[in-house]
Ligand binder design. Structure first.
Ligand code: PMP
Length: 417
C-alpha cells in the first residue's frame, strides 16, 4: 500500500497547523484569571453593551426567523443596515445584495478573503506589528506572509504619539515580488493605535496600484478615533475602490466581541469571491440602524477618550513612557527601563519567548496587571522591535482602570531612572 500508516499512536496533526505555538491569548487570559490580576490584556470590554444593543439582541431572539438559517451572504436586514450606514462613508450607494457580506467576526471575513484569493505561494504583505490571527488565516490558505515594520521616530523613552510610528514607503516597495498578491492595511491600528493620514495612505495606494495588488483594509476600529484625528477610508482614494475589501466588526463598535459579527464591503466582483459558511445575528442590524439615528458613535468616542486619558495618566504616574493612540483602544508602553530581578522564575511555556513575554508575566504576578506582549505581532526577524513594549487595553470599566492605576504604581521601585 502506498499510503501505509501506523495503526497506533496519536492522530497526526496536519502540517499546516503543527508548527503553531501556543498563542498569546491562551497564555495571558487564563493567567489573569488565575492570579486575579487586573486584566488589561485581551481587547474585550468588561462593561455591558449599551442598552439599545442589548434590547436589539432580545428583539432578535424573539423574532422567529432570526434563529434559523439565513442567506450565505448574511441576513438581508444586516446587509441593508450596513449598506445604509456605510454608503455616505464610502461616498457611493452600496448595494446590500452584491457589495456587502457578513461573517462570524471580522476574523472569519479575513479568512474568507484569503481563502478566496490566495493560491499556494502567493505573498501577502503585512505591516508590523499586526493582529496575530492574520498569520494562521494566510498560511492555512497557502499564502506566504511578507513583513514590513512601522518604525517609531523620536525618543521612545519619552511619551510619543502613534503618529510618530511610520511606514517607510521604500521599505514597503523593497518587499514587492512577482508573487505579491495582497497588502493588508489596518487603521485605526492594533496595537499601535495609529490612525493613518490621507497622505500616508496615498503613498500606499500608489504602490498597490502599480503592482496590481488586492488591498485588504482592516478597519475594525473605524468608529474609535480621537480628536483631532479622523478616520479616512483608503477605499475612497482614486482607483482604490476597485481593488479594496474593507473589513469591519460589530464586536468593537457595539461592545459585543463575543457575538462574532463582522462584515466585508467592496465591489461586486471582489465580494462575490468572499463566500464562507457563516452564522449571523440580526441584533447587529438593529444596533446599526439605531446607532445611526442617535449620536452613539460620537458619544462612545467621548467615553473612550476618557478611558484613554485614565490609562495614560496611570502609565505616566508609574513612570512608563508610552505611545498615545490616535485610535483603537490600546496603548503600547515602553517597558525597557523596568528592572526585573535576574533570577526570576518563569513557567515552561515562556521558554525561548522574547523579553516582553517575561515582562508581562512578571508584571501579572508581581504587579497584578496583565498586558499583552506585542512581539507576538511581529515576524521572527523583526520580533526584537516589539520586545521593549507591552500592550494595555483600555476598553475596561473605570473601576478596572483605577485598580490598574493603583497596582501600576508598584512598578516605580523597579524602574531605572
Ligand atoms: N482585526 C484587528 C486589527 C483586530 O484587533 C481584531 C480583534 N482583536 C480583529 C480583526 C478581529 O475582529 P473580530 O473580533 O470581529 O473577529
Amino acid at each position: 500500500m502506498s499510503h501505509s500508516k501506523n495503526n497506533s499512536g496519536p492522530i497526526k496533526v496536519a502540517e499546516r497547523v503543527a508548527h503553531f505555538k501556543q498563542d498569546v491569548w491562551s497564555i495571558f487570559t487564563p493567567l489573569a484569571a488565575q492570579l486575579k490580576a487586573v486584566n488589561l490584556g485581551q481587547g474585550f470590554m468588561n462593561f455591558p453593551p449599551p442598552d439599545f444593543v442589548r434590547k436589539a439582541a432580545i428583539t432578535a431572539i424573539n423574532t422567529d426567523d432570526c434563529n434559523q438559517y439565513s442567506h450565505p451572504k448574511g441576513r438581508l436586514r444586516t446587509r441593508e443596515a450596513l449598506a445604509k450606514s456605510y454608503s455616505p462613508l464610502f461616498n457611493r450607494t452600496l448595494d446590500p445584495e452584491t457589495e456587502v457580506i457578513t461573517s462570524a467576526g471580522a476574523n472569519e471575513g479575513l479568512y474568507a478573503i484569503f481563502a478566496g484569493f490566495l493560491d499556494d505561494g502567493d505573498e501577502v504583505i503585512l505591516i508590523e506589528p499586526f493582529f496575530d490571527q492574520y498569520i494562521a488565516n494566510i498560511t492555512m490558505n497557502g499564502g506566504v506572509p511578507v513583513y514590513v515594520p512601522l518604525r517609531p521616530h523620536g525618543d521612545t523613552n519619552k511619551i510619543m504619539s502613534s503618529r510618530d510610528w511610520k511606514l517607510d514607503i521604500n521599505e514597503l516597495r523593497s518587499k514587492i515580488t512577482p508573487r505579491s498578491k495582497i497588502l493588508v492595511f489596518n487603521t485605526p491600528h492594533n496595537p499601535v493605535g495609529k490612525v493613518f493620514s490621507k497622505e500616508e495612505m496615498l503613498e500606499i495606494a500608489q504602490v498597490v496600484k502599480e503592482h496590481n495588488l488586492l488591498l485588504v483594509s482592516d478597519e475594525v476600529y473605524d468608529r474609535l478615533y480621537y480628536k483631532p484625528d479622523v478616520h479616512e477610508r483608503i477605499a475612497n482614494l482614486p482607483g482604490l475602490w476597485e481593488r479594496t475589501i474593507t473589513v469591519g466588526s460589530g464586536g468593537k463598535t457595539f461592545g459585543t466581541t463575543g457575538w462574532r459579527v463582522g462584515w466585508s464591503i467592496g465591489p461586486k466582483n471582489l465580494i462575490k469571491t468572499v463566500l464562507a459558511a457563516q452564522t449571523r445575528i440580526e441584533a447587529i442590524a438593529i444596533s446599526i440602524e439605531e446607532a445611526d439615528t442617535h449620536d452613539y458613535y460620537e458619544e462612545n468616542i467621548v467615553l473612550y477618550e476618557q478611558r484613554r486619558e485614565k490609562l495614560c495618566k496611570a502609565l505616566s504616574d508609574a513612570g512608563l513612557p508610552y505611545t498615545i493612540p490616535q485610535g483603537s483602544y490600546f496603548i503600547l508602553a515602553n517597558t525597557k527601563r523596568i528592572n526585573i530581578p535576574e533570577n526570576y522564575e518563569y513557567p515552561e511555556v515562556l521558554n525561548g519567548r522574547p523579553r516582553d513575554f517575561k515582562v508581562c508575566y512578571w508584571m501579572a504576578k508581581e504587579i497584578g496587571v496583565v498586558a499583552i506582549p506585542p512581539s507576538e505581532f511581529y515576524s521572527e526577524e523583526n520580533r526584537h522591535l516589539g520586545e521593549d513594549y507591552a500592550r494595555f487595553a483600555f476598553c475596561k470599566t473605570d473601576e478596572t482602570l483605577e485598580a490598574a492605576a493603583k497596582a501600576l504604581l508598584k512598578l516605580k521601585k523597579y524602574i531605572n531612572e
